[in-house]
Write a protein that binds this ligand. Sequence first.
Ligand SMILES: [Zn+2]
Length: 307
Amino acid sequence: MDISKKKGRKRSSDPQKWRQNINKVLRNTGNSYESKKKETVPPRQVKPPCTERCRLKCSEKFTSVQRQALFAAFWAIGDIDKQRLFINSCMSNVSPRYKYTNALHPRQSNKAFHFVMDGKTIRVCKTFFIATLNISDRVIRTVKQKCDKLGIIQCDPRGKHNNHRTNDESLILDIKKFIDAIPRIESHYTRQTSTREYIDGAKSIKDIFKDFKENKNYISWNDIKIIKCEKGEPFAFFVKSSYKDNEFKKICVRNKRKKMKPLSELTTVKAYTGKQELSENKKKDLKELVDKNLIPHFYKDFYDTIL
Ligand SMILES: [Zn+2]
């Protein structure tokens, strides 16, 4: 028996099964999917074409079956970069009738839209084009923008940046060191078939985490008892995890991985410029709380000044 293959039970990751990625495939193929806000987005379908008033008479050039075929072919691509390439291949430049050559931003040439059907290139209006594929005007704008001077569309950059949220490396290192320092015992029963190591069974993962926090000065939100801010320390706050603590622990909240503006360049904007008026209902509520002594009588003078 090959022992090396039997080591451990850790699952390997399968990104295709992640909810986000399942939804991405569904979205890119025009199917119904769950948005990030967990709302169900209905599947895409061909929308009604332009009316008979259209100058290009698009509706007369395509049957609804042909439109359905164009739609299906587009969404079967299932890849946003390739879909953009397709859209780009359907657009060509037409010069605007009027163009001020001395304008600061001269008019960009307009785009004409085409579909290819049975080997023939057929011009359609933009309304017909986006209704047939059920895409948004924004996709067209994106394609126009992304298509650089050489006619090459840049790949979709979403999710490909190098600024993903990660755990602080020093924290991970600390955790690893801490775990390594826990004494191991060999398993009496599986020694022969496994190189897995065991720690004394008296401690649960929760206990180990508790030990780690106490040992390393990390603090969890739920443990905070007192919180304090200081004017001179805008990027830190101070906490006590026990009323018995003599000193506050300083917690820095500034993102250390990102390049942040220096403090001197930060300007604060006043949220209010005048006194905020209380609503009549709020005043009524407060008055009731004071009258019932739910707000201690001690504060009555203060509330009398605002009510
Ligand atoms: Zn039309």
